[in-house]
Design a protein around this ligand. Structure first.
Ligand code: FDP
Length: 335
């Protein structure tokens, strides 16, 4: 019979050498928040939680009730534990300081509480994305610069996928591991150890309704992905429009997800700090690669919390090919 390993056991057995308990407990806190959000998500249709909450976040997008709930639960589980020095969430314009009445910790949590939230009303998968950095100055309480760190400095990153089952996937820099929530036990159980993106890839994910707004390089790349011209890769297309779900499928089956810059949106749509960077960390750990079209996402130094970036993530060869097309066709052009 196969061994059953809970996430708690796995985190404890695999904690990095520098972890002295805080880091391990921080991952538990995230797993607990995941259970709370998952429980709310499955009841969404039952308790009249669907629909908009009537407020707008700083990106100008409508917030929905589950976004607010997810944001609050992560904050309320994390702000008083003494493990964090600061947080940043997609739903907050400024950094989230740890209230002075609570002790400050050594880690920084950046998160997108409910990604893909425009899908909630349709019962389509959503996700939470998170990244954990070390606090830059342990003497001080958290500051903006603690949050504005490049992906190379992440100590952990992961996501939770709310779908037919709830999955928590994370990495602390030694492989990517996936856990599935057993609703009867209320525990995340190890279901996918050491996930690697399979090669050859079989999917590409892109919202092709933007085709005419993309640069020449991206258009040519799309044609190549579709197997026209000289491509030896014939891929199937799958686009859920929920980043975590699209990334997760490509992680398991092999593929590439792209959300390029487009006319009118020269920096794309996705956020560098709490969407692109954590997924870039996971991709690299799973043998893949993430680029903004010109170079590694992991090398990008964020200059503001809500900065956006074009994103190409997944199979290394396919992402490098995107860089090649962009270099060839777009070098001196602006969109
Ligand atoms: P959403 O607007 O539903 O929150 O990050 C935002 C995001 O979803 C991603 O999850 C998703 O990949 C993307 O936007 C979808 O955008 P398009 O509708 O422009 O394709």
């Amino acid at each position: 019979m196969e061994r059953i390993i809970t996430i708690e056991r796995f985190i404890l057995d695999n904690q990095p050498e520098y972890a002295v308990g805080d880091f391990t407990n921080l991952l538990y806190d995230i797993a607990l928040a995941a259970k709370a959000i998952a429980a709310k998500t499955v009841r969404a249709g039952l308790i009249d939680i669907l629909g908009r909450a009537g407020s707008t976040n700083i990106q100008g997008e409508d917030q929905q009730k589950l976004d607010i709930y997810a944001d609050q639960i992560i904050r309320r589980l994390s702000d008083h534990t003494g493990r964090l020095c600061v947080m940043a969430s997609e739903e907050h314009e400024e950094i989230i300081e740890i209230p002075p009445k609570y002790p400050k910790g050594r880690y920084v949590l950046v998160f997108d509480p409910l990604d893909g939230s425009s899908n909630i009303d349709f019962n389509v998968s959503t996700g939470t994305i998170f990244g954990i950095f070390r606090c830059k100055d342990w003497e001080l309480r958290g500051r903006l610069e603690d949050c504005l760190q490049p992906g190379r400095d992440l100590v952990a990153a992961g996501y939770i996928l709310y779908s037919t089952s709830t999955m928590l996937v994370y990495s602390t820099g030694s492989g990517v591991h996936g856990f599935t929530l057993d609703p009867d036990l209320g525990e995340f159980l190890l279901s996918h150890e050491r996930m690697m993106m399979p090669d050859p890839p079989i999917y590409f994910s892109a919202n092709q309704s933007y085709f005419r707004r993309w640069s020449k390089g991206v258009q040519e790349y799309l044609r190549w992905l579709q197997g026209r011209e000289d491509s030896d890769h014939v891929l199937s297309e799958r686009y859920i429009g929920s980043l975590v779900a699209d990334f997760h499928r490509n992680l398991i089956s092999g593929g590439v997800f792209i959300y390029p810059a487009k006319m009118g949106e020269p920096h794309g749509k996705l956020r560098l700090l709490y969407e692109a960077t954590p997924l870039a960390f996971l991709a690299a750990q799973a043998g893949g690669y993430a680029s903004d079209g010109t170079g590694p996402i992991l090398d990008r130094q964020p200059t503001s919390l809500h900065q956006r970036t074009p994103l190409f993530v997944g199979n290394k060869y396919l992402v490098e090919k995107a860089e090649e097309f962009i270099k060839k066709y777009d070098l001196n052009s602006n969109i």
